[in-house]
Design a protein. Structure first.
Length: 46
């Protein structure tokens, strides 16, 4: 049964890392979109 506990723990760690990576990507996409909008506004003002 110890092998199952190890496997389950490893599985949980992998999914936690995956979700943290997904959140990081989502945050960077949001920041990039905000930057694009800011640049569009600057171009329209010229």
């Amino acid at each position: 049964m110890k092998n199952f506990e190890f496997l389950f723990t490893a599985w949980m760690v992998v999914w936690a890392v995956f979700f943290a990576y997904e959140l990081s990507i989502a945050r960077r996409i949001t920041q990039t979109r905000e930057e694009i909008e800011r640049l569009k506004q600057q171009l329209q003002q010229r």
